[in-house]
Design a binder for this molecule. Sequence first.
Ligand code: 9MG
Length: 271
Amino acid sequence: MQKILESNRPLVMGILNTTPDSFSDGGSYLRKDIALRRIEAMIEEGVDIIDVGGESTRPGAQAVSVNEELDRVIPMIEAIVDSGMPVSVDTSKAIVMTEAINAGAGMINDVRALQEDGAIDAVASDPNVSLCLMHMKGQPRTMQQNPQYSDVVVEVKSFLKQRVQQCLEAGIATERICLDPGFGFGKKLQHNCELMKHLDSFKELNLPLLVGVSRKTMIGTILDADVNDRANGSVAAAMYSLTKGANILRVHDVKATVEAVKLFCAFEQAK
Ligand code: 9MG
């Protein structure tokens, strides 16, 4: 799985939400058989890694218990591992991280950048597990209530740098880490646009970048589009992020993104 972060082409990370209140699939993947079909479909569509989440991080979302989160994600991790597809788990809880790794997860995607109790220790000891450290200002329940920055790019970069340093001090190798500015997490539209425009400046941290803009409010606001009508905008934004150095795209619309990435690579590889 460490190879995921060493890929020399952009990767597509497909989203598998198992939360009943998931903002873009309305919880329709809650039932296991439907989730399994979604996994199969994403694999057929050419996904590179599947990100399983058991606790919604959308604005206003409420926390769930450890047991509830484990009940949601562990069967999905096992099913994805059985299929041979790399699996990432979107969690901030140390116990869920440990159980996910034991179940075969190869990546932990933490929107809280391993700041919760025990999180760094939970991931430090397994050298084969990759990590995504994301920036979020505040907590999901309240993060969109008028977030303010003096310079969002400088602030987000400095936070991520600090979190990487913390990981290094805990003995985590840099090769295991990728970074994510956290589009939509405690950011207004202007902040998201600035982060996107200056995404290339995050390359100075010398780590792969993960970008998640799929179907988010920033796309809906710019296009005045309902959540179910944001696929085209999401792919366009993902492609823009590739021109700025993104390495992993976290998306709902796997087929469209895989096709767009193929075109991007073909043009990039031309003489
Ligand atoms: C869980 N989750 C929701 N949005 C995300 C994003 O933009 N990045 C990452 N890493 N995780 C996300």
